[in-house]
Write a protein that binds this ligand. Structure first.
Ligand code: ADP
Length: 253
């Protein structure tokens, strides 16, 4: 909402961040800066620190050393939760909440209305968010009756209803049927086109190189950070995932 981009701090800025659950660091000396509007994927083998990194940049964990900033503010002190839409790992597989899509998306307005009732304008924002993710036909369907991909869309709509300008997704296509994965990435692309900053953890290297614009490959330290097209041919891919990994990204069609 600022006129000039030049004065805007990066959306995410990690400087020399190290963190360990024990004395062993699982994230070491990581520096990353992500600007508004970027579309970035974090990849790395199991246990390479991806989820930990996400929690550090969201301020859910405090670095042992270094600094983590969100929108120019210390991440652990950041309190404008509505700006950040976080779709947790397994959001698409949860069967716990027997509530409708519209009720899930409505929750996105809570940071704006407190415990107050939603106004007609709030409900319009809710319905627009549901429409944006292509779920209007399912708005009154219970979340438990949906496919993994549809549930994932509902949780993205919740973030959009909160008017988040940063969307963080942890392995969003887990539990999404393969036919829906392309449509899911189509949705992320259109949100990226609308100027939303998209950051995701993804295990599917082929999807990452096809869709995200920038790849950060993490294996405790950063092995690669650059345009996704360059990642496919980088030594970092084999270094992080082993030599078999090259085939994961496919013979490019
Ligand atoms: P990834 O998301 O890449 O699979 P994680 O960030 O989940 O990696 O884990 C990185 C390392 O930290 C792993 O060795 C994991 O076992 C360890 N770890 C993750 N969470 C915890 C925790 N809450 N307590 C102790 N160790 C953890």
């Amino acid at each position: 909402t600022t006129e000039s981009n030049e004065t805007e701090p990066p959306v995410i800025e990690l400087t020399d961040v190290s963190f360990g659950y024990t004395s062993m660091p699982v994230v070491e000396d990581v520096s990353v800066s992500i600007d508004a509007g970027e579309y970035v994927a974090v990849v790395g083998p199991n246990g390479s620190g991806k989820s930990t990194l996400m929690q550090l940049l969201l301020g859910l964990l405090d670095p042992d050393s270094g600094t983590a900033q969100l929108f120019g503010v210390d991440a652990t002190a950041f309190d404008d939760g509505a700006r950040v839409g976080y779709v947790a790992q397994g959001a698409g597989t949860s069967r716990e909440m027997p509530i409708t899509v519209r009720e899930v998306v409505k929750m996105g307005r809570f940071p704006h209305v407190g415990f107050g009732r939603l106004s007609a304008a709030d409900w319009r924002i809710v319905d627009r968010a549901i429409d944006t993710v292509g779920m209007s036909a399912f708005a009154d369907r219970r979340i438990t009756q949906l496919s993994g991909g549809q549930r994932q869309r509902a949780f993205i709509a919740r973030a959009l209803a909160g008017e988040a300008d940063l969307l963080v997704l942890d392995e969003p296509t887990v539990g999404v049927d393969t036919e829906s994965v392309d449509a899911f990435y189509g949705l992320l692309e259109s949100l990226h086109d609308d100027g939303i900053t998209v950051l995701l953890i993804e295990h599917d290297l082929q999807a990452v190189t096809e869709h995200a614009k920038r790849v950060i490959c993490l294996n405790r330290e950063i092995y690669f950070d650059g345009p996704s097209a360059e990642f496919t041919d980088s030594a970092a891919l084999a270094r992080a995932f082993g030599t078999g990994a090259r085939s994961l990204t496919g013979g490019n069609s």
